[in-house]
Write a protein that binds this ligand. Sequence first.
Ligand code: KMH
Ligand code: ZN
Length: 279
Amino acid sequence: MAATTLITVAPTGAETAKSDFPQLPTTLEELVETALACQEVGAGLIHVHVRGADHRPTLDAVRLRDTVQALREQTDLVVQLSTGGSVHDPLEQRLTVLEAEPDSCSLTCGTTNFGDDVFLNPYPFMSQLYTQAQEREVVPEFELFDLGHVHALRRLIDEHGLPYGGKVHVDFVTNVPGGMPGTVAALTAGLQALPEEVTSWSATGIGRAHLPIAAAALAAGGHLRVGMEDNLMMARGQQVQHNRELVARVAELATLMQRPPMSTDDARALLGVKERRRR
Ligand code: KMH
Ligand code: ZN
């Protein structure tokens, strides 16, 4: 079991509207402030969805590049861009995210129902994203929403070999309406099916599954993802005011479990990311 815990913060996502939740960080200034505050309390990696001037999700190339650059210059966090985008983003445009040269990118291992929408990830798209990430020396994080996604990861590794950096890090995204439930049983089934090439794993629970999945992941030796992308409530009737609160809460839990937050240097080594910082 890892002696320390990688805490990923997913501060924004693509689903919540700024008008509904004004404390959601959507501008670059808010994102950098959030990243620094989360780093301060134990985050090692930031999973980023970029918003436009209208606060809506965008895959605009300039904004993506500026965001990566600002986070890289002003924080020590591993910078991961979402290639999932929003359910409305075309596959072709989702591939262009890699041009912004993030340290890491998400790679969802299959199509899934997503509430009333469909989050589309056909195998040829996954395969293209995998090989382009290898070529561009970007480390993928495999997002697993369902048991079938674990099986698809096996196929990707068999067909294309290991990702850039030689590590295989996966993240179980549980409790999406349409994906695996946020239960210990589902998480355990996923863990038992992981390919032996997997070197580390984390988990998140959407909404009410947030805390139970964090506790289960810590107990099972995994790492954690939290953030407003996944959960907007600290408790019933108590909204999250800042992503820092979610990171600080699980950092405390991890410390209590004698697996305190991992340093950003250790996070880089764990994931095998390329050194792109100019310092
Ligand atoms: N916004 C979801 C449709 C990812 O970032 O790669 C997809 C998502 C996964 O959030
Ligand atoms: Zn995401």
